[in-house]
Design a protein around this ligand. Sequence first.
Ligand code: ACO
Ligand code: ZN
Length: 166
Amino acid sequence: MQVILRQIGECSVRRAEPRDLIPVMEINLKTLPEHYSDYFYESLLAELPEAFLVAEISGKIVGYIMCKTEYGFSNFKKLGFVKKGHVVSIAVLHEHRRKGIGNALVEESMNGVKSKKCDELYLEVRCSNNEAVTLYEKLGFFIKQRLKSYYRDGEDAYMMAIEFNY
Ligand code: ACO
Ligand code: ZN
């Protein structure tokens, strides 16, 4: 059964299903220079469906977010080993931006990773990507590190993270 997590006007945010992966890959190809194998999408959906979400308008997928979980050193606690959610990729089709869809995707995926008892959520974003950095900052993420030449074209990334308190 499809559960709608959030409605923003005519746009519904819900968990992705296997049949959504092709349109998700198409949005990724159109909107971002970082691409992944079919297998990687399938494995993220299998491993963390709670935080692999799509935004849909009249049956058309217009945005997605996909995440994974990892164990590692805390971005917040000294000497802490924690369970972390990692936003692998998020995008909204250009014609549907600035309507609150990106915000809803991140907020709902935060609920998803919290349901898996993650202590933190983090991501990397191009330092030049002001839209995305602003979105994450508004949601409470902090820039924790600058990762030199993180991207294949040599651009640096900000590593941004948010801590959850239960
Ligand atoms: N200029 C300034 N601030 C912006 C802009 C912009 N163009 N777009 C979003 N923001 C900020 C604003 O503060 C906005 O709130 P407001 O509209 O109330 O002012 C807030 O972000 C939320 O905006 P949304 O409408 O919820 O975001 P949107 O649906 O437009 O999606 C996204 C944002 C996903 C970053 C979109 O611009 C996009 O798909 N970009 C291309 C792909 C991309 O860069 N993805 C992120 C890469 S990093 C990663 O994947 C981990
Ligand atoms: Zn990453």
